[in-house]
Design a protein around this ligand. Sequence first.
Ligand SMILES: *Cc1c(COP(=O)(O)O)cnc(C)c1O
Length: 405
Amino acid sequence: MENKNAAAPLAVNGGKPVRDTFLSYGRQYIDGDDIAAVTRVLKSDFLTCGPMIEKAEQKLCKVTGAACCVAVSSGTAALHTACLAAGIGAGDEVIVPPMTFAASANCVLYCGGIPVFADIDPHSWNLSPEAAEQKITDRTKAIIAVDYMGQAADLYALGDLCRKHNLILIEDAAHSMGTRYDNRTVGSIADLTAFSFHPVKTVTAGEGGAVTTNDDSLCEKARLYGKHGITREREKWIRRNENECYYEQQALGYNYRITDLQAALLCSQLDKLERFSKRRKELTAFYNKEFSPMPEIILPKEIPLSDTVRHLYVVRLDTEKLTAGRDAVLKALRAENIGAAIHYIPVYLMPYYQRLGYREGLCPNAEEHYRASLTLPLFYSMTDQDAADVVCAVKKVIGFYRKPG
Ligand SMILES: *Cc1c(COP(=O)(O)O)cnc(C)c1O
């Protein structure tokens, strides 16, 4: 069939958009079970510090295969708590990829540490283990690997590096709930893993996060730092005390508690994880099939060990083959009512990081990726028609800007 859109005027030039309503790049899916779960908590005795938190933590252990889980108030809180548990302190260097949300590096600064940006692999777009190794000094304490888009980072290579140099591997798994790596679920592989349950992520708690680990001592520390540094567990007290209401502050922690309302929503969402994962994989496969024959579009290289549940569908443009740059393509797609977005501006290019002295040119692969990439809509409740609209709009816009010949 002829693609009648190929020659249709772009919406950005006054033509009719591919669809009438705006399709955002991501959104939550909430059903009756989720609403009932939250409502039950509202009618219960506890809005926070109640039984749903432990339930959510147990469920997360089951889903990820981790021995221990500490649920907290956000993904950012999870990253900060993980850094505190890892013992990151003043002057400690932590290696981080720049192709991520700012929180992956901010958590190091919260601890007085120094984020050291190491470049991404130009094909998988995840932290390059070789680039990370080159940044190791005797002040390096940890590596934060980000599972960009949902694809697991090169966890074995990074794990080997950490063992060799006595570093802690923290995995920012905000994108990768449900992803498996070498048949092990993300959350049970790195020394510490941080999840986010923000509404655009694969499962949501409204706001929420979690730290998982298989290490008892890291687990204890994460629990302590996430709750003011206070413990009410008698067997952990430093001082002996017979007072029934005694509790002990043993460290400077934070109030990073998740509420029971959020924990109930999280439990209900985790019950749908398999469905969520399956649909995200279907949509990803559909996009891949449609876009892989297009020479103007570059898809990420999947590492064979990652069985990926995609959170973000990012594509790169081969701008040599186009008469317009990424920004014009992004604008044209948005005019077609396709909520294309950007993930991410390299963290160190942010004005705050520039003030700290980080300079453009630090990680050329990440900067090149940023300049040429955009994110297309991907979320569980997208219909087949929504996905077809995205493909239609991409073909229309790329068709318009394609270089002749
Ligand atoms: C969303 C996200 C975070 C932060 O999670 P919040 O729950 O929003 O605090 C951290 N890292 C990455 C890579 C993210 O995408």
